[in-house]
Design a binder for this molecule. Sequence first.
Ligand code: FMN
Length: 350
Amino acid sequence: MTTATSILPRYDVSRDYRWNYDHAPEAVEVDVLSMPGEWTFLGRKVASPLGVPAGPLLNGKWILYYASLGFDVLTYKTVRSSYRECYPLPNLLPVRTQQLRGGEHVLDAEERMSGSWAVSFGMPSMDPDVWRRDIEWTRARLRSDQVLSVSVVGTAQPGGTLDELADDYALCARWAVESGADCIETNFSCPNVCSRDGHLYQEPTPAGVVAQRVREAIGATPYLLKIGHFTESDSASQLLKAVSRYVDGLAMTNSVAATVRDAAGNVMFDGQKRGICGDATREASVSQVRMFAEIMEEWGRPLALIGVGGASSAAHVDEYLDAGAEAVHIATAAIVDPLVGCRILTEFNA
Ligand SMILES: Cc1cc2nc3c(=O)[nH]c(=O)nc-3n(C[C@H](O)[C@H](O)[C@H](O)COP(=O)(O)O)c2cc1C
């Protein structure tokens, strides 16, 4: 960790979501080098391929902070059509692990962060009145060449229908666009919730129904689908077939799911899996980007691919770009070191 890192404020993992929501740092003035080359995000010109995915940016103040630190696409953490509490602490629990492939069953929690952690928020959301006003406030303060992407999720009600879920996704997406979002991301993958919205990416036909409904609600606004971990190209093809006519791009990989055990050997989080994020997901995610790029090349119908998972250096960004990604978004490393974007830009200029 550099000295400069230690003086910059960060998300405090020992405190809860609400505390961090209320204690967003102010934007800072740091030297941000420009990225050599020309870059786009879903067809829009941007200064670099670097962005922050849904997660670290809890509200507009967090977005402006990271926008001052070399990130050009800023994703507003997933919001819902009604208020939802966050899961209790720990929300971010370091784990000991090698690169994950997806067949792992139990990982050990560890005290110190060594690159990867279990993420356990349960997609909380402020009331729509709050996030809608905040998106408007945020868009007005970002530079015109920075992109504000808003991640939304539908809330599956017990006994509810797919139609109702699709309408709920579409409602959130429409509200976000009305408030000034430049791009909509629908989260179709959250290993930390058991309801259907958490695993829609594994259900091609319902995924297509929701994606179509969202597209109808947002018109021509750029539309990104966030998906989870795939290893089989057949399943990837089926999802693509169902959604590709409605979306402009896919962001992958949300995380790789695993169960976590504490130091005493007890299974945590009531035995439910949690999404593991950070360094250990990079190889799986880069392979997944490559697999999707190859399928789309065969079909001749390319969508933009956003590489997410385990990136923390220029070499990692290059791995994703070489695999076929248009952009690379960084969550864990950006929380651990808010200067990671500036450092990557310096590496690209060396
Ligand atoms: C603190 C935190 C909160 C997250 N919350 C969300 C979320 O609300 N919606 C979502 O789609 N993904 C969420 N994610 C997943 C990230 O968008 C990303 O897919 C994942 O962290 C992998 O990237 P990384 O290895 O750079 O962390 C979250 C991740 C972290 C670390």
